[in-house]
Write a protein that binds this ligand. Structure first.
Ligand code: FES
Length: 166
């Protein structure tokens, strides 16, 4: 066992964990934060996306011990704040989900993606379209391509993000 001081949604907790416990399992099974979903558990679907110091990560690929004293934000943290209300409401307005299983990952990823874009981080699309500053539909799709939706609600997801981004 190792002692892990973990800061999630502003609250600090110390957990005794096996060193191989993923951040995803620490959140769900040790902290009861089940809003973060487990899909593939191997970094392919994005259902487990959370923010670490504002950057989106697949929590299934992260060891909890690596995130000592980092600021982790989960969907519970986003839902408690006002700053993401417009994005959450846009998902509802534009049917950015069907079953909802991927939605917490989609929302966390969208928040991280919008921050990346605001900071000027390039994407494949922006590198291809040099000098094209607008967050286009193609760019949103490329930047969100790590988050799968088995219901196929992509049009609603992209429309919701575009509404907030513009
Ligand atoms: Fe982590 Fe699928 S559960 S990427």
């Amino acid at each position: 066992m190792v002692e892990v001081r973990i800061r999630v949604n502003g609250a600090v907790t110390t957990l005794d964990l096996q060193p191989q416990v993923s951040l995803l399992d620490a959140l769900r099974e040790h902290l009861g934060l089940t809003g973060t979903k487990k899909g593939c558990d191997q970094g392919a679907c994005g259902a487990c996306t959370v923010l670490a110091d504002g950057e989106r990560i697949n929590s299934c690929l992260a060891l909890a011990v690596q995130y000592t004293d980092r600021e982790i934000t989960t969907i519970e943290g986003l839902a408690a704040g006002e700053s993401t209300r417009a994005l959450r409401e846009a998902f509802v307005e534009h049917d950015g989900f069907q079953c909802g299983y991927c939605t917490s990952g989609q929302l966390c990823s969208a928040v991280g993606m919008l921050a990346e874009h605001a900071a000027g981080a390039p994407s494949v699309v922006t590198e291809h379209l040099a000098g094209h500053a607008e967050l286009s539909e193609a760019e949103i799709r490329e930047r969100m391509s790590g988050n799968l939706c088995r219901c196929g609600a992509y049009n609603g997801i992209v429309t919701a993000i575009r509404q907030v981004a513009t």
